[in-house]
Write a protein that binds this ligand. Sequence first.
Ligand SMILES: NC(=O)C1=CN([C@@H]2O[C@H](COP(=O)(O)OP(=O)(O)OC[C@H]3O[C@@H](n4cnc5c(N)ncnc54)[C@H](OP(=O)(O)O)[C@@H]3O)[C@@H](O)[C@H]2O)C=CC1
Ligand SMILES: O=C(O)C1=N[C@H](C(=O)O)C[C@H](O)C1
Length: 269
Amino acid sequence: MTDKPGIVITGASGRMGQMLIKTVLESDKAELAGVVEREGHDWVGQDIGIAMGGAALGVAVTDDALAAFSEAQAVIDFTAPEATIAFSKLAAQAGCVHVIGTTGMSDAQIAALDPAARDTVLVRAGNMSLGVNLLVQLTKKVAAALDEEFDIEVIEAHHHHKVDAPSGTALMLGEAAAEGRGVKLADVADRGRDGITGARKKGDIGFTAIRGGDIVGEHDVLFAAAGERIVLRHMATDRAIFARGALKAALWGQGKAAGAYDMIDVLGL
Ligand SMILES: NC(=O)C1=CN([C@@H]2O[C@H](COP(=O)(O)OP(=O)(O)OC[C@H]3O[C@@H](n4cnc5c(N)ncnc54)[C@H](OP(=O)(O)O)[C@@H]3O)[C@@H](O)[C@H]2O)C=CC1
Ligand SMILES: O=C(O)C1=N[C@H](C(=O)O)C[C@H](O)C1
């Protein structure tokens, strides 16, 4: 028994789940308190170290999320929207900080997290990396400095397994650009061009999603005017940046007042 916060990782077999488990195990500031997979998954009941192809770690994969959360101080959750909503209720019940990296959530699904945020600390961001959150702030600044003569386009590229588009990061960048411009993203977003689209509408914020191979995550915010262009770019080459950010959020949330937070709060940007 130590005084380091115990962390539970959900979606243990996923790309991010495995990266998060490694990151917590490597940290001297936190302990791996549990790992959760869904009922019926092959890994349930196995030692997580063995399941991940290494040595036993003495932590068994469970499908009983509430029991795991009840023994921990924080849950880091990079899964899928419906799972994240269910986990938010259990994390609130267990009194755990809930760090959410899951993307592709609709407005209604995001609103479904509100009750949990009244009872516990919930940190949610479509991208947990320092670099992207800095890019969000830069995007807001640049958009505020430029008028509608500059067309704003957000271009993102990800691996071929990704199921949602635009990416959570692209939407964060779009929101930041809209905020900088003093408009609502919902009023100006252009998310799907195909066929005879007509000329670009002044003031729109456009989104383009590329999917291919093993691209970890790349985002450009393009400001294009007559005679000049500005491009703000972030390129992720290692998922560890997201996992490190998520762990930072889990530690930051300890002892904070219940509420909904994001990585701008965590990083103090
Ligand atoms: N915010 C950030 O910084 C980042 C966010 N992400 C986001 O994290 C999420 C996961 O990404 P990634 O790891 O690549 O995806 P994977 O598909 O590799 O992993 C998803 C995991 O979640 C589990 N899962 C899915 N649905 C459920 C469910 N209903 N109940 C319980 N478990 C479930 C999966 O289990 P099973 O295999 O059984 O389906 C799997 O273990 C995505 O939304 C992605 O966009 C990714 C990187 C960074
Ligand atoms: O699914 C991914 O892989 C990623 N998802 C996040 C997103 O939707 O922006 C963050 C990162 O780009 C990787």
